[in-house]
Design a binder for this molecule. Structure first.
Ligand SMILES: CC(C)(COP(=O)(O)OP(=O)(O)OC[C@H]1O[C@@H](n2cnc3c(N)ncnc32)[C@H](O)[C@@H]1OP(=O)(O)O)[C@@H](O)C(=O)NCCC(=O)NCCS
Length: 219
C-alpha cells in the first residue's frame, strides 16, 4: 500500500533526525550544525518544512526571505544564508530564497520533492511574495565537465538533452533557468562548485500589499 506523505513545518524535535538525514544525502559536504537549525526555526519558522512518511522524516526544504536587490550582483550559499544561520532573513523582502531541499536517497522519484516544492509555492503565495529564487546544485555536471562548459551543460538540461536530477526536477516544477553561478558551494564536487540560478513567479502576487508573515502554521 502507498504510504501517505505529510508535509508540515519543522519542529525542534526534527533537528536530530534532520541532521542524520542530511549526512546520508551529502556524505561529502559538512552537514548543518544543530544550533544553526534551531536558529533558523527562531528566525523564520514558517520557511522550514519537512516531509514525513509513516512517522519518519524523509525530506526537508528550508527557505528565508531576502531583498533580492542586495544579492543580485553575486553571492554564494554561505553569504546569502549567513553560514546557514538565516540571519540574512529580511521580512521586508519580496523574494523567498530556497536554501536547501533534499529527499532520502532511497525514496527519490516518488513525488516527495514535488510535495515539498508544492508546499514552498503555497508558502510564497500565503506570504504575498513575488517569487521564489534559488541556486540549485548541478550534480550531474561532473560527468560532462571534460566535454563542455557548465553553461552549455545547463542549456542542454533546459533543452531536454541531458537529465540532471536537480535542475530537470526544478524545471518540471515550473522554475525558469536564469544562468549559472560559480563557487556557490565549493565543497560540492559533483556540481564542480557550480549552481543554476532559478526563479518561479507567484501568479497571485499583489504588489499593492506588503509581505505578510502570519504567526503560526501557514501550510
Ligand atoms: C532534487 C530532489 C530533492 C528531488 O526529490 P524527489 O523526491 O526525487 O523529487 P520527485 O520524486 O518529486 O521528482 C523527481 C523525478 O521523479 C519523477 N516522479 C515523481 N513521482 C513519480 C512517480 N510516481 N512515477 C514516476 N516518476 C515520478 C518526477 O517527474 C521527476 O522527474 P524529473 O527529474 O524528470 O523532473 C532529490 O533528487 C534530492 O534530494 N537530491 C539530492 C539533494 C540535492 O541535491 N538537493 C538540491 C539542492 S539545490
Amino acid at each position: 500500500m502507498k504510504q501517505k506523505i505529510i508535509v508540515r513545518h519543522t519542529r525542534s524535535t526534527d533537528i536530530k533526525p534532520l541532521v542524520e538525514l542530511q549526512r546520508r544525502v551529502y556524505p561529502e559536504i559538512p552537514s548543518w550544525r544543530k544550533d544553526l537549525l534551531a536558529h533558523q526555526l527562531e528566525v523564520f519558522p514558517q520557511g522550514q518544512i519537512v516531509a514525513e512518511r509513516d512517522g519518519e522524516l524523509v525530506g526537508a526544504a528550508s527557505a528565508l526571505v531576502v531583498l533580492w536587490d542586495e544579492w543580485l550582483e553575486g553571492h554564494n550559499w554561505k553569504e546569502i544564508t549567513a553560514h546557514g544561520s538565516f540571519d540574512t532573513h529580511n521580512p521586508q523582502g519580496r523574494t523567498l530564497y530556497g536554501a536547501e531541499v533534499f529527499v532520502h536517497p532511497h525514496l527519490r522519484g516518488a513525488g516527495i520533492g514535488h510535495a515539498l516544492y508544492r508546499a514552498r509555492r503555497k508558502l510564497c503565495k500565503r506570504l504575498n511574495l513575488k517569487r521564489i529564487m534559488a541556486c540549485g546544485r548541478l550534480p550531474g555536471y561532473h560527468l560532462y565537465a571534460d566535454q563542455m562548459p557548465v553553461d552549455l551543460y545547463a542549456q542542454k538540461v533546459v533543452w531536454g538533452d541531458i537529465h540532471d536530477t536537480v535542475l530537470s526536477f526544478q524545471l518540471h516544477e515550473g522554475f525558469n533557468f536564469c544562468g549559472t553561478v560559480p563557487d556557490y558551494i565549493p565543497e560540492d564536487h559533483d556540481s564542480k562548485g557550480y549552481a543554476s540560478l532559478i526563479v518561479w513567479l507567484n501568479p497571485r502576487y499583489d504588489s499593492s500589499k506588503p509581505t505578510r508573515i502570519p504567526k503560526g502554521d501557514v501550510l
